[in-house]
Design a protein around this ligand. Structure first.
Ligand SMILES: [Zn+2]
Length: 70
């Protein structure tokens, strides 16, 4: 009997990670780093440790656009 092993695709792991927009949180928090959203270029906050999440980090607006939280 053959067992099929289907490897998980990297894009199955995380989906999207929401980064707060600088427009919404102008001051940010200690340790937050201002970055640009890779999709729309809006300024948003990179939070420490978020790179450990296997997800694409985008700004709040883009995450909502992708159906984040549905
Ligand atoms: Zn964006």
């Amino acid at each position: 009997m053959k067992v099929m092993i289907t490897p998980r695709k990297p894009d199955e792991v995380g989906g999207y990670l929401m980064m707060p927009l600088v427009a919404n949180v102008p001051k940010g928090r200690p340790g937050w780093k201002m970055v640009k959203c890779p999709e729309c270029g809006a300024a948003c906050w990179h939070r420490p440790g978020q790179e450990n999440a296997k997800a694409t980090a985008v700004c709040t607006m883009c995450a909502l656009k992708h159906g984040f939280g549905r």
